[in-house]
Structure formats: C-alpha cells, structure tokens
Design a protein around this ligand. Structure first.
Ligand code: NDP
Length: 475
C-alpha cells in the first residue's frame, strides 16, 4: 500500500511530526539523508502507526500516493534547496511539497514561484511548538496556493493542537504568508520573553526577593489575564534549583542571551515596511546588548547616580509590575499585528489577523489566554487599524496606564534597564498623542535638504527658500 503522506528530514522536529501524523492513523512514508535516522525511527517508534521507510529519495517518492504530499523538515536555507532539487525531478504535476522548516519568507516566495512554473504546489508552512509541539500538537501556519490546503488541511488540522476543540491550523495566505506569520510569531515571542525578564528584574531589585519567591508571583499571575505558556514556564524555571550548587538555577545561568535570527528578520522586515515594532526591536537589541561583552566590560565604569529602592507597599508594587507587563505585552502584539497587516497589503496575502490569533492559542510558544481577546477584537472589526484601540484593550491598558508610568519612572530613577517596558509606554503615548514633534523634523528636513512639507491649514506641498528670502513656494 502507498503512504498517504511523506516526511523527509527526521531530526527532532521531523521525527516527532512523522510520529504525530502516524498516531493520527495516517500511513507515513519516511526518509532522511542519512538512513540511520530513518531506521531508528522505525526501531524506536514503529509500533505507533504505519511507517513506510525508504533509503533513497526515489523509493521514498514512489512510496507515496498521488497527488503526493511531502513534508520537508530539514535545516533551513541551503539544505532545504538541496532537498527540493533532489525531489522535484521525481515528482508529478499536482504534487504538493511542504517546507515545514524555519525558512525566511523571501526564500519561500522564490521557491513557490520556481515550483509553480513546474506544476508543483509548494507550501511554506510555519510550525511552532518545538519538539514537544511537533509530537503532541503544534500550531501550524501553512501558506501557498489555497487549493493545496483543500487536500492538506484536514491532516494538518488533525495533528495540530486544539483549543476548545478548535484546531490551531488554518490557511494563512499565498506563497510566503505562512512563513511570514511564523516569523512575526517568533518576534512577538522575543518581546514576550524580554517583558517577562524585565518584570523579573524589577521584582528582584525592587523587593530584594529570591528567584523562588518571584516564581510564586509568576505562578499567581498565571491564574489571571497573563495566563500563558511563557509565564507558566517562567514560574517553573524560577523555582528550579541547580543540582550542583544548590543555588537557584537562574542565578547560575550566564546573563548573555543568544538568538537564531527570527527576531532579527522580523525587525529587518519591519524597517523595510516602516512599521514601528518597538517592543520586538528592543527585545532583539536587549539580547544583543547582553551579549556585547567588550562594551559591557567597559561600561562598568559608568556612573549610575541612581536612587535607592524603597518599596513600602509590596503588594501594590507587584500589582503595578503586573499591569505594566500586561500593557506592554498588548503593545507588542498590537505592533506585531500591524506588521502582519502591512505585509499582507504589500504582498496581497489577505491575512485574517483574528484567525492568526486563534491558531496561536495552542501548540505554540506564545500561546496565551489573551489571544482569545485578540480574535474577538478582529471579529468586531476585521480592518481594525490599531489593536490597542479595540474597546477591550483600550480599557484594560487604560486601567493599567498609571501603574505602567509608575513602574517605568521607578525603573529610570533607580537605574534598572527596562527597554521593552519603556519603549512600549513611549509608543503608547506616541500613538495616542494629538500632536507629535514631527512638524519640527519636517521643517528641519526642508531647511537642509529642500525635502518639502505639508501645512496644517491648506492642501499642497511647500518649500521655504531658507537660504534666500525665506519666501514660501508651492511645489
Ligand atoms: P536541524 O535543523 O538540526 O536539521 C537537521 C536535519 O536536516 C537532518 O534531518 C539532516 O539530515 C537534514 N539536513 C541537513 N542538511 C541537509 C542537506 N544538505 N540535505 C539533506 N538533508 C539535510 O533539525 P530540527 O529537527 O531541529 O529542525 C528542522 C527544521 O525545523 C529546521 O528548519 C528548524 O529551523 C525548524 N524548526 C525547529 C524547531 C525546534 O524547536 N527545533 C521549531 C520549529 C521549527 P542528516 O540526518 O542526514 O544530517
């Protein structure tokens, strides 16, 4: 019998995805560049379902029913191209090739174009949830031609995470849309993590309490609006004791954060689109700063001239930090959804932002209770220009804005760096301001570069003869 679907690339992700598909009753053809991984999957988990192993790509392709559905789960970049090049000559018109790795979306657009010309449906598919998600239900963000989702969708929805019975998988949009949305998901993940880290730092410095005590606070927060996977694991991590030293685990971890690049891609794309995603950008730069060892070493001489912490009402302070965290988090998501809207318009992807929030409720790293609120906001208004301006979010952030200001002011006064809290508040004040000092920027630009300006009192484009008689001309 032929397999219903194939998976090539059987490292942690591909192996678990293949097992997940087999456990749902589908027969799965499996293949990997080095045959050992294929053999060990059959040896270790062959009893979980129907696996059809092949050593060669030709046998693998021949073992799948037509039109074929083949998931590629290999290292992103050149490896993905190598696998595509090997498979394509073996495929038939109408077969569906799915790249489930972390591809950069411009690569996906390029691959989709090239393969469409050859009659192959190419689906760039974001998968989030790490190895655990791949096995037990990830969040799945497939792009590509809509007709491929007709065939593929039922399997993806079967193997995805479910929240209230609703699958965390849906068609995202043409060509690179799926990988794009996965990229922004990762960018938001960066912001979420940085905000949590800043909250932890404020509690630690403000209250002088232990990691375990902070862990208890996070565990409590996880019972309310902040309920999310990242808050939950933070509580878990903070209560963990290092076996070797008996100290709190976080206290023995070196404070230099690394990154694999999806945060950077998100920020680079936002710069290209001109969308201010300050929370994600600050989170990405905060990781970079933490790893800037020569600068941090040299920087130790800089005077602080900071105040001293003197928190008199412990509970009120904790509640302020919680509200500042929630408000900053809403800003980070609002900005990320703006970026999705801008890219969707630029590439004609027609992405349903409410559906993206829905499929992020389970399986993925940023899964959170409040994503329901985002889905509801876009149900109220699919074209909402600013998530913060949805009535629910306006109220919740408005209720917390005084706490947010107190926390950012305290952090500045006491010399605690809170780039994500502070920049999110600055964005909030910027986006709600009736007027911004950009009038002066425009005047300066016209002065030194004759870049022209518009007036508040009449239509048209104007330039002042700054080096001459300062008369104004209409362009
Ligand atoms: P890796 O990214 O470590 O990639 C290893 C796999 O790629 C192996 O199967 C390897 O084959 C194959 N490979 C590498 N180079 C080539 C090549 N030139 N030709 C053919 N095959 C090649 O595996 P992961 O399972 O960690 O990740 C797979 C994909 O999923 C990546 O794109 C990753 O970014 C993405 N991803 C990973 C997540 C995670 O949590 N790890 C989460 C979400 C997505 P061989 O065994 O022969 O070396």
């Amino acid at each position: 019998d032929l397999a219903q679907i194939g998976v090539t690339g059987l490292a942690v992700m591909g192996r678990n995805l293949a097992r997940n598909i087999a456990r749902h009753g589908y027969s799965v053809a499996i293949h990997n560049r080095s045959f050992g991984r294929t053999q060990s999957l059959v040896a270790d988990h062959g009893d979980e379902g129907t696996f059809i192993p092949s050593e060669s790509a030709a046998d693998f392709v021949a073992s799948i029913e037509r039109p074929r559905k083949i998931i590629i789960m290999v290292k992103a970049g050149a490896a993905t191209d190598a696998v595509i090049d090997e498979l394509v000559p073996l495929l038939d018109q109408g077969d569906i090739l799915i790249d489930a790795g972390n591809a950069h979306f411009p690569d996906t657009i390029r691959r989709e174009n090239a393969l469409a010309a050859q009659g192959i449906h190419f689906v760039g598919m974001g998968v989030s949830g790490g190895e655990e998600g791949a096995l037990n239900g990830p969040s799945i963000m497939p792009g590509g031609a809509p007709e491929s989702y007709t065939t593929l969708g039922p399997i993806l929805e079967d193997i995805s995470a479910k929240v209230d019975g609703v699958p965390c998988a849906t068609y995202v949009g043409p060509d690179g849309a799926g990988h794009f949305v996965k990229m922004v998901h990762n960018g938001i993940e960066y912001a979420d993590m940085q905000l949590i880290a800043e909250a932890y730092d404020l509690l630690r410095q403000g209250l002088g309490i232990s990691a375990a005590e902070i862990g208890e606070i996070f565990a409590q927060w996880n019972n309310g609006d902040l309920e999310s996977f990242l808050i939950e694991i933070t509580a878990d991590v903070l209560s963990h004791i290092d076996a070797e030293t008996g100290k709190a685990f976080v206290d023995i971890v070196l404070d230099q954060a690394e990154q694999k690049g999806t945060g950077r891609w998100t920020v680079q794309n936002a710069l290209d689109l001109g969308v201010p995603i300050t929370g994600i950008a600050e989170a990405t730069f905060a990781r970079a700063l933490s790893g800037s060892v020569p600068q941090r070493t040299a920087g130790r001489v800089l005077p602080a001239n900071a105040g001293e912490w003197n928190v008199t009402d412990r509970d009120a302070f904790i509640e302020d930090v919680r509200q500042a965290l929630y408000a900053s988090k809403v800003v980070a998501y609002s900005q990320g959804f703006d970026q999705i809207a801008a890219a969707s318009a630029e590439h004609n992807w027609n992405i349903d932002r409410g559906a993206m929030a829905r499929i992020w409720r389970g399986g993925c790293i940023i899964r959170a209770r409040f994503l329901n609120r985002i889905t509801e906001a876009y149900e109220r208004d699919a074209d909402l220009p600013l998530l913060l301006a949805d009535p629910y979010f306006t109220q919740i952030v408005g209720d917390g804005v005084s706490a947010w200001r107190r926390i950012v002011a305290l952090a500045a006064t006491n010399g605690v760096p809170t780039p994500a809290f502070s920049s999110s508040l600055a964005y909030y004040d910027g986006v709600r301001a009736a007027g911004l000092p950009a009038n002066l920027i425009q005047a300066q630009r016209d002065f030194f570069g004759a870049h022209t300006y518009r007036r508040t009192d009449k239509e048209g484009t104007f330039h002042t003869e700054w080096s001459g008689d300062r008369s104004e001309i209409q362009e």
